[in-house]
Design a protein around this ligand. Structure first.
Ligand code: ZN
Ligand code: ZN
Length: 477
């Protein structure tokens, strides 16, 4: 999990890695796509609407992931302008953002983004006649917001009041304070944009910590919690305010979020429940257990807290080793994962469902020695099986027996927008294919040549919050 640090605490090496990654992203053309998206969408809902914070959060996270493909050690730093307020701050140093325009309002002459380096030409501009050098007019248009102004914005509730004050009385003024390129629709041309916005993003996280009972986001009539955000609206799972309101769930945190990550706790399969708690907002608890033989295992939390559990492995706790996640399959709002695991070492990550939540829980891992009432069977060429996604995030698993090598068609029916995943043979975790809408209407369909074996079909609603009935059948041709 990447940690975003205050830029004033970066080492010389961290600064140079960040700058180098930005310059490479500029050189390969990806950086300018960000500039273009911000310019083209400037007046299309990303400012002065409820999307201001969610949209810029997604925007920053994508840039950060692009930087990490160049250098995985890089995380976006933030610039806290209530502390580093002077033009003499190291933020504007020659090894980082570079200095003011010369004369003020003119081209930046120092640092890695000076035009003379040959590496920072503004190809995306508000209008074609605008100049191609990065410009700044630091301090000529406004005074930086004070700590008190930030604290006042952070005190506002509900979200709708907070975001309006943060955007207009804090964020806008910082853009104006930098001036030049940072004051245009193409403002990401100034890399300081991303450190400015990283601090704005951090203030949204701080606000959630300060107001744990407030909804982290509110729609404004034009946009709501499920509004897909442009320009990513055609992706399979487009970002929405709801999907970005918990930054920790997006895979990063701030150095101001939590103190020290706790060490990994070893669990024994079949041992009594381990008692623990989420003591701080944003805390992750990590566990490790060894699966001695391939079998079905049940991982379960108990207690009063709304726990979110993620299972990783075997042999790795990285995001790419994620086996599955669960929110509420256990008792109350507890989590339960039942999974067929090969022998090996597995990792469990526990967090509270809410970014600001805390509370007690217990955790156990058991091997299911009794045959489980496992997935229901779909008879190949038999009758359609009727099922239902009764609750948000639910998924149903079925199995079918492919008795011979042939082409198999797995298809859903009904009015529910189903999403289908096919795994196997003889392994619930061996991914083969997935599909959203290849069937009739918004139904799913997978057509594959399969070798003999047991195959597993997982059905969920396309929308994480969607529910509804469906039919499922498998035909061999
Ligand atoms: Zn913006
Ligand atoms: Zn901005």
């Amino acid at each position: 999990m990447g940690m975003r640090k205050n830029q004033s605490t970066l080492t010389a090496d961290e600064k140079s890695r960040f700058i180098n990654a930005v310059l490479q992203l500029k050189a390969n053309g990806i950086y300018d796509r960000y500039v273009q998206h911000h310019r083209d969408l400037f007046n299309s809902g990303i400012h002065n609407t409820a999307l201001f914070l969610p949209w810029h959060r997604e925007f920053l996270r994508r840039l950060e992931l692009d930087l990490q493909t160049i250098d995985p050690s890089v995380n976006l730093p933030y610039w806290d302008w209530t502390v580093d307020r002077a033009l003499t701050s190291s933020f504007w140093g020659n090894d980082f953002m570079g200095g003011n325009g010369v004369p003020s309002g003119g081209a930046v002459q120092t640092g890695p983004f000076a035009f003379s380096t040959g590496r920072w030409t503004l190809t995306i501009r508000d209008n074609p006649a605008a100049r191609v050098e990065l410009t700044r007019a630091i301090g000529s248009g406004s005074s930086l917001p004070t700590t008190n102004a930030v604290l006042r914005a952070l005190s506002r509730v509900p979200f709708s009041s907070f975001t309006v004050e943060l955007e207009n009385l804090i964020h806008n003024i910082v853009h104006v304070w930098i001036g030049g390129s940072a004051g245009t629709r193409s403002s990401p041309n100034d890399p300081a944009f991303f450190l400015l916005h990283c601090n704005v993003d951090r203030q949204w996280a701080e606000w959630q910590k300060l107001h744990p009972t407030e909804s982290p986001f509110q729609g404004d009539g034009q946009f709501n919690v499920n509004s897909p955000m442009l320009p990513w609206e055609n992706e399979i799972t487009p970002p929405t305010p709801g999907r970005v309101s918990d930054h920790i769930a997006m895979g990063y945190h701030y150095d101001t979020d939590i103190a020290v990550p706790a060490p990994i706790v070893d669990l024994t399969v079949g041992a009594p429940s381990h008692q623990a708690n989420i003591g701080q907002a944003g805390e992750f608890d990590w566990y490790r257990f060894v699966s001695p033989v391939a079998s079905t295992y049940t991982l379960e939390t108990q207690g009063p807290s709304d726990i979110w559990m993620s299972l990783y492995g075997p042999g790795s706790q990285s995001e790419s080793a994620l086996v599955t996640e669960d929110d509420d399959s256990g008792e109350g709002s507890n989590s339960r994962i039942v999974s067929n695991l090969s022998a090996g070492t597995y990792f469990i990550r526990i967090r509270h469902y809410q970014a600001t939540g805390t509370g007690n829980y217990s955790l156990s891992v058991n091997r299911n020695t009794q045959p489980q009432p496992g997935p229901a069977e779909i008879v190949v060429n038999g009758p359609e099986v009727q099922g239902s996604i009764a609750a948000a995030n639910e998924s149903d698993v079925y199995l079918f027996n492919a008795s011979q090598t042939a082409t198999y068609t797995i298809v859903t029916s009904g009015n529910t927008d189903t999403f289908l995943t096919l795994n196997g043979p003889d392994n619930q975790n061996a991914f083969i294919s997935q599909d959203d809408d290849s069937g009739p209407g918004s139904n799913s369909q997978i057509i594959r040549v399969l070798t003999p074996g047991i195959y597993y079909v997982r059905i969920r609603h396309y929308s994480p919050t969607g529910t509804g009935n469906y039919g499922i059948s498998v035909r061999r041709t």
